[in-house]
Design a protein around this ligand. Structure first.
Ligand code: ADP
Ligand code: MG
Length: 714
């Protein structure tokens, strides 16, 4: 029989060999055993019932949750000249009648039906009048309440099956089954544990990436520019977001379509076809798009927002690379997306236990974004707890070449702060207490009296939050489920608290790491560059004669749209303003308008001091320095100038190295200075990191550098 199956594989489908798992599942079905097959998306589940259907007498029934999915499969079977049809609500009465009568005559090898069909006595009668060797449950996780896509109509088929007067073999197929779900499917469909076939969840051709704290739109534009003519899907979490992103990317000239439940059927159909037939490159969609779309050459799937759980994520991301070619899956993480998912959970009519479960799953999705474990490994182990960790070698964790540094002391501070706060608060408040924030709520709760208050004063709040999230992901801390989760310390933290175990984390300890970070809007830069080229061509001069790159870059940082603001840009004096000011202001205004930039976040540079016409004017680092000397805090400068705090510190250091004065006592005291100098005696000043380590990580890089400056050691 198996040889025959292999011949059919070649004859009808044109494939030379079975994929992992297919042979075993087909063989088991041919031996008339109920079977559960768990194969990843794109693993080739359809063939697992299509081939047996050709070998059995009679008509195989396939239960499938979506109309589009049935149609696609029937279409492709028809091109392979395998007689197949479907029965669902998209047919009119006449069509339905015709198909039913052909089914009765045994004209089809496969009939696809929606689960609701089994509620019709007429349909059951029809099935009882023909021979049915096999019933296939495609997307079988829909049968389980534990699954992420539970459909009650799937479950009620089970009782309808008892009304059948023959005893077909049952095969259930799914890509995403946790142990709970698999157990549920087996007990409902009378499948023995030994008849479960699982090829593992790994998708070797997918590279997973998580990216945090970036401007998502900028990222996407840059990403898409690098992937011209490639098929990809961008998932967003709401219709509105899909609409916005669609307009934005279309205006940028990308070839896109959009898909969500708010569009009418004709619009959705058109979008889907454009995508499937490669008429457009990028599909921007909500999670309404995708199930049943068998497009094999999707090269990337980007998630613009956090999905609700790992099952949903893996299914959506798994639509990349069904053809086995290398493909990418990116998740753009923003902490505010967690709130949206919580809101969606609250909106549902789920009972308490189910809701807690959803919160729990959401938590595990968030942990995916914070883990340092290989991302493919994290997903596999999510579905299969027994699976040993792997290293895929191409995800953003595996590719993260930052060194692990010891954070034991920091971790101890976090654990003990959590304990002292009574293990009753969330991540943000914990971080604020450690940071020593002066917030009213913290004083009201008396947390400013805790011994752990302000212990991590020198760190940014974001850095503390990142570390707490990492400790959560690593299991030292746990977050309770529910709407208002609180952080607790687990037993894994005890040896760390006792000082017998250390904690390591990949971090950016070096200031230099951020050196390449861009501060200006690159898209706008592109626009202004083109504009400059046009002007230069008109005047037959090289572009830099009009404005230098650094001038354009400043424009892309400050968005000057008034004469006064423009005149404060380095390289723009009265003469040049008179010639080019207006065109550039117009281009920048247009850009602000097109991108709906908030004026609030657009900051004017500080007034230039004593500048002369077209001279090299106040450089960026001196501007920072000026603000700092005017009493603006580092955080505030960073926020206002849209720089990282590290860049701000570098600006100040550079200004001081160039001879600007600084009030040292505001930055360090004598004792600290002495400590740093002692450490310098030991390790020199070639590299900062060993110095920082020699000081047990207790003294900020900024302080170390200012001490070096003060003593003129460089
Ligand atoms: P799933 O339902 O598991 O997500 P499909 O059944 O839709 O996957 O199959 C995905 C793709 O893999 C299809 O294009 C299919 O034709 C192809 N495929 C299936 N089996 C094989 C095989 N043995 N060899 C090569 N390609 C295969
Ligand atoms: Mg399938």
């Amino acid at each position: 029989m198996l040889d025959e199956a292999k011949r059919l594989l070649k004859q009808y489908f044109g494939y030379a060999s079975f994929r992992n798992g297919q042979k075993e599942i087909i063989e088991n079905i041919l031996n008339r055993k109920n079977t559960l097959g768990i194969l990843p998306t794109g693993g080739g589940k359809s063939l697992c019932f299509q081939i047996p259907s050709l070998l059995f007498q009679g008509t195989t029934i396939v239960i499938s949750p979506l109309i589009s999915l049935m149609k696609d499969q029937v279409d492709s079977l028809s091109t392979a000249e395998i007689p197949a049809t479907y029965i669902n609500s998209s047919l009119n009465n006449q069509e339905l009648k015709e198909r039913m009568s052909l089914i009765k005559k045994g004209a089809y090898k496969l009939v696809y039906a929606a689960p609701e069909r089994f509620e019709s006595a007429h349909f059951i009668d029809l099935l009882n009048s023909i021979e049915i060797p096999l019933i296939a449950f495609d997307e079988a996780h829909c049968i389980s309440q534990w699954g992420h896509d539970f459909r009650p109509s799937y479950r009620s088929i089970v009782s309808s099956l008892r009304q059948l007067n023959h005893n077909p073999v049952i095969v259930a197929l799914t890509a995403t089954a946790t142990e709970n779900v698999a157990g549920d499917i087996c007990s409902l469909l009378a499948i023995h544990a030994e008849d479960t076939f699982k090829t593992g969840f790994a998708r070797e051709n997918l590279a997973f990436h998580v990216i945090k704290g970036t401007n998502k739109r900028d990222f996407i534009v840059q990403y898409l520019l690098k992937k011209p003519k490639q098929s990809g899907i961008i998932y967003t979490s709401s219709r509105k977001e899909t609409d916005h992103l669609y307009s934005f990317l279309t205006a940028k000239g990308f070839s896109c379509a959009k898909y969500h439940a708010g569009l009418n059927e004709a619009e959705r159909k058109k979008a889907q076809e454009q995508f499937v037939y490669d008429e457009i490159d990028i599909m921007i969609a909500t999670n309404a798009f995708g199930m049943g779309i068998d497009k094999s050459n999707v090269r990337f799937v980007l998630h613009y927002n956090l999905p609700k759980n790992v099952e949903a994520y893996y299914q959506e991301a798994g639509r990349a690379g069904r053809d086995g070619e290398e493909s990418e899956c990116w998740l753009l993480f923003g902490a505010q997306d967690i709130q949206l998912q919580k809101f969606l959970i609250e909106e549902t009519s789920l009972d308490f236990a189910k809701r807690e479960q959803e919160y729990h799953k959401l938590n595990q999705m968030v942990m995916y974004c914070h883990t340092e474990e290989c991302l493919q490994s994290y997903i596999i182990r999510y579905f299969d707890h027994e699976h040993p960790p792997i290293q895929c070698g191409k995800c953003s964790s595996c590719k993260d070449s930052r060194e692990k540094i010891e954070i034991t002391r920091e971790a101890q501070m976090i654990f003990s702060c959590c304990k002292r706060m009574g293990e009753r608060f969330g991540v943000t408040l914990m971080a604020q207490v450690l940071k020593g924030s002066g917030q009213k709520r913290i004083r009201e709760l008396g947390f400013d009296k805790l011994s752990t208050y302000g212990l991590l004063r020198t760190r940014s709040e974001k850095d503390i939050i990142d570390t707490i999230n990492y400790l959560l992901a690593e299991g030292y801390l746990l977050m309770t489920d529910g709407k208002y989760p609180v952080v607790k310390v687990t037993h894994k933290a005890i040896p760390v608290l006792k000082g017998v175990e250390t904690v390591m984390m990949k971090k950016n300890p070096d200031l230099e790491t951020f050196a390449a970070e861009s501060e200006e809007n690159l898209e706008l830069f592109e626009i202004l560059r083109v504009l400059r080229k046009e002007l230069a061509d008109q005047e037959h001069v090289p572009p830099f004669v009009i404005f230098g790159d650094s001038t354009l870059k400043e424009m892309c940082r400050y968005y000057p749209v008034t004469e006064a603001a423009m005149l404060q840009i380095k390289g723009v004096g009265q003469t040049k303003f008179a010639k080019y000011g207006e065109v550039f202001i117009n281009a920048i205004s247009q850009f602000i308008h097109d991108n709906e930039l908030e004026i609030d976040s657009i900051i004017l540079p500080a007034p230039k001091k004593h500048v002369q016409e077209d001279q090299e004017e106040q450089p960026s680092h001196l501007l920072t320095y000026q603000w700092y000397m005017d009493g603006v805090t580092l955080e505030e400068i960073a926020r206002k100038r849209q720089l990282t705090k590290i860049t701000v510190q570098k600006h100040i250091i550079r200004s001081v190295q160039e001879g600007q004065p600084l009030n040292w006592t505001e930055i360090f005291d004598e004792e600290t200075e002495q400590k740093v100098l002692n450490a310098i005696q030991l390790c020199g000043i070639e590299k900062l990191k060993p110095l920082w380590e020699a000081l047990n990580g207790e003294i900020d890089y900024f302080v170390i550098q200012t001490v070096i400056c003060k003593n003129q050691l460089r």
